[in-house]
Ligand binder design. Structure first.
Ligand code: RFL
Ligand code: PHB
Length: 394
């Protein structure tokens, strides 16, 4: 088999890249190790920045998102038993975010790919990337007991944090930065109306909590938990009880509980690989960087990598210039470090750290108090949360 761009991974990065390339008349094959149904069961991101929603429109897959997604013009920060609203629209001159689940976005992209009859090879095992440091890269994989080979011009590593692409690069060719946090997020999805019409980020003495949502009838809640906790030991009742303890009296009264339709624990990590290009292989999304989910940046950073990468390939094929592919890594990393910094800072501000003394908690309270009472402070949160302009600072 032969294609122009072999894309490893059919998560949001791989599917979006495939769709943008298709729109530009560039061929791709996506190779994914899981089944399509499995990819759709992973409950992850919920908040899309304007840059991401614009990109989905550009890719021609934004229609259902505009019909069913919820536009949010602000969110609440709850600490010291009081809520304080961050008015995104006012503080950023009109910007908002969109609540639309990663599962839905992935489904829209999968359907667009299937209806254009573009090749996605699900349940491929032993995927391996070869010769990306030369002119003729190859991808090999197995399916139904047979061995296959794809020849291509470029490989796009969209295979997430545990993927094969980054793992195939000699460690001497890259620098990796990593910080693991001493806690995780226990998430519950439930078919219950959200406790509030906007998100609530909670800094409580019992730890962080987040009240999020997917629709007017489906809620997503998270609790900061120790890394040693096992999801099986959290009954639904225990989860709702703990969430109530972290909420304010109004939230405790208004919270509607129900059976969890999904429950999982995700560890929190900050991670960046530099560079993101290795000869004819390019990393995008979680394959190259991970943020703690507090700032809702992971999927949004993945989307901008994909935008820059698709532009680079389009320039290569249509304008016969390598400027885009040569500049890809530096252009992405500038934006990524900003998103990483915000996510790390917001995580530090909102969580209880086991090693912190009582003084650490007081410093957090003082900082929160400053931030929400200073217009400059609140604007700092708002403009990072809605997402900085694409080539901010250039
Ligand atoms: P993905 O989604 O991990 O997809 C990678 C795909 O590659 C496949 N794969 C392979 N395929 C072939 N061969 C191999 N050897 C392979 N190895 C792996 C995998 O099966 C998979 O299908 O990466 P991608 O596409 O870069 O997308 C990134 C996003 O998924 C991620 O950044 C977000 O989910 C992060 N995130 C959030 N981001 C936001 O922007 N806003 C949010 O509100 C938000 N909330 C979250 C989040 C992530 C969370 N978790 C679970 C860490 C909330 C949580 C709890
Ligand atoms: C989510 O709804 O899953 C979500 C929302 C906001 C975040 C993280 C996760 O900061």
């Amino acid at each position: 088999m032969r294609t122009q761009v072999a894309i490893i991974g059919a998560g949001p990065s791989g599917l979006l890249l495939g769709q943008l390339l298709y729109k530009a008349g560039i061929d791709s094959i996506i190779i994914e190790r899981q089944s399509g149904d499995y990819v759709l069961t992973r409950i992850r991101a919920g908040i899309l920045e304007q840059v991401t929603t614009d990109l989905l429109d550009e890719a021609g897959v934004g229609a259902r998102m505009h019909r069913e997604g919820l536009v949010h013009c602000g969110f609440e920060m709850l600490f010291d038993n009081r809520r304080h609203r961050i008015d995104l629209k006012k503080l950023t001159v009109g910007k908002r975010v969109m609540v639309y689940g990663q599962t839905e976005l992935t489904r829209d992209l999968m359907e667009a790919r299937a209806s254009a009859d573009l090749p996605t090879l699900y349940e491929a095992s032993n995927v391996a990337v070869h010769d990306f440091d030369g002119k003729q890269p190859r991808v090999t994989y197995e399916k139904d007991g047979q061995h296959f080979e794809i020849h291509c011009d470029f490989i796009a590593g969209c295979d997430g944090f545990h993927g094969v692409c980054r793992a195939s690069v000699p460690s001497s060719s890259m620098e990796q930065f990593e910080k693991a946090y001493p806690f995780g997020w226990l998430g519950v999805l439930s078919d219950t109306p959200p406790v509030h019409d906007e998100l609530i980020y909670i800094n409580s003495p019992r730890g962080f909590a987040l009240c999020s949502q997917r629709s007017h009838t489906r809620s997503r809640y998270y609790l900061q938990v120790p890394l040693t906790d096992k999801v099986e030991s959290w009954s639904d009742d225990a989860f709702w009880h703990e969430l109530r303890l972290r909420l304010d009296p109004q939230g405790r009264d208004e919270l509607i509980t129900g059976p969890a339709i999904e429950k999982s624990i995700a560890p929190l990590r900050s991670f960046i690989t530099e560079p993101m290009r290795f000869g004819r292989m390019f990393l995008a999304g979680d394959a190259a960087h991970i943020v703690p989910p507090t700032g809702a940046k992971g999927l949004n950073l993945a989307a901008t990598d994909v935008k820059f990468l698709s532009q680079a390939f389009i320039e290569f094929y249509h304008d016969k210039t390598e400027a885009g592919i040569n500049g890809y890594s530096a252009r992405c990393l500038k934006r990524i470090w900003r998103g990483e910094r915000f996510s790390w800072w917001f995580t530090q501000l909102m969580h209880r750290f086991p090693e912190d003394s009582a003084m650490g908690a007081r410093f957090q309270q003082a900082e929160l108090d400053y931030l929400i009472h200073s217009e400059a402070g609140a604007r700092t949160i708002a403009e990072n949360y809605v997402g900085l302009p694409l080539d901010f600072g250039n």
